[in-house]
Design a protein around this ligand. Structure first.
Ligand code: PPS
Length: 328
């Protein structure tokens, strides 16, 4: 039990057998089973149960910066910029050290059927032991973290249009052997619209953070804004983090973190990460396209209609969400 009184026994309920079976046929590595976690019913590998209490009681430090996202929303990009900004623009270390070593992934959950699920604890231990200032990545929503997190440290929430997230996630779930998705985009969209993708539901994740957006320790970023005017978003970050960087220094961060540089650099494109899950040959890369709005080119009219229906019903079901993602 944590000293700060943050105690949160989290419920984890196995998926209905029929749905579990369906997911097992579509994902080669989901044979160990999935659970729905907490009141938000977030879909996670069943062995997350070993760690849920630890996440809920994680001891954040006052100088921690947490980058919180739904998967494929711009986490790595934001981590890279924030790490450089808070580490004296040490681009040399950033270039030579895998990003996950510099900026730990709190809730990395290996999904390999042939790997001891206990190894996931290594990632938690790394997050605990990294020296300050820690830049911590999480895909966990607020409800699965200590209720006092925003009183303990700063949190940056990065949101991205669900259409682009869905397409990007589809490619990732095909790329990672730890998921081994075998279907096409249309099949993935079907699961997406039924909130049956790992870490989903998307709208609940967004809604939980949106409700806290005015908290002084939360900075809300949009992937689309970073694409449109990165300097402006870097200035917002600089203000939030109190890093006091000049415009010239922020431009250096922008250059270091450009899509082309991050795609080419082994420290950010996964090729330097020894413990990363195996990658399927022939699939799109981890740092893939970095575009906004490309989902409209990938969905057929039928897929668009299904997606739009999910936007309308799904977003209304959870409460308030960013209006820019529900209009049009
Ligand atoms: S993950 O796996 O959840 O950590 O993925 P995440 O880092 O959140 O998001 C991956 C998407 O971000 C794109 N990306 C970038 N876009 C623009 N500029 C930069 N520098 C950048 N770095 C990563 C990456 O390509 C993924 O999006 P898609 O649409 O698949 O290209």
């Amino acid at each position: 039990m944590a000293d700060n009184g943050d105690s949160c026994p989290v419920m984890a309920v196995p998926l209905a057998p029929k749905i579990q079976q369906e997911l097992q046929t579509k994902f080669g590595s989901f044979d160990k089973g999935l659970v729905e976690v907490g009141p938000g019913r977030y879909l996670l590998p069943q062995h997350c149960r070993l760690y849920l209490d630890k996440y809920a009681q994680f001891r954040f430090r006052p100088d921690d910066v947490v980058v919180m996202t739904f998967p494929r929303s711009g986490t790595t990009w934001t981590q890279e910029m924030v790490w450089c900004m808070t580490h004296d623009l040490d681009f040399t270390t950033a270039i030579n050290t895998p990003h996950r070593e510099r900026s730990p992934f709190l809730d990395f959950l290996k999904q390999h059927s042939d790997v001891n699920p206990g190894t996931t604890g290594v990632f938690l231990a790394r997050a605990e032991s990294v020296p300050s200032p820690r830049i911590i990545k999480t895909h966990l929503p607020f409800s699965l973290l200590p209720p006092s997190i925003l009183e303990s440290c700063k949190v940056i929430y990065v949101a991205r249009h669900p259409g682009d997230v869905c397409v990007s996630y589809y490619h990732l779930q095909r790329l990672f052997k730890s998921a081994n998705f075998k279907g096409d985009l249309e099949e993935f969209l079907d699961l997406w619209c039924r909130d049956l993708v790992l870490r989903g539901p998307y709208w609940s994740h967004l809604s939980e953070a949106w409700a806290k957006r005015t908290h002084p320790n939360l900075l809300w970023l949009y992937f689309e804004d970073m694409k449109k005017d990165l300097l402006r978003e870097l200035q917002r970050l600089d203000h939030f983090l109190a890093t006091g960087l000049t415009e010239d220094e922020l431009l250096q961060v922008a250059q270091h973190s450009s899509f082309a540089n991050m795609k080419a650099r082994p420290a950010t494109n996964l090729s330097l990460i020894p413990e990363s899950p195996g990658l399927m040959p022939g699939e799109a890369e981890f740092v893939r396209k970095g575009a906004t709005g490309d989902w409209v080119n990938r969905f057929t009219p039928q897929m668009k209609a299904k997606f739009q229906a999910w936007v309308e019903t799904g977003s209304k079901a959870v409460g308030e969400v960013p209006p820019r993602y529900t209009q049009g």
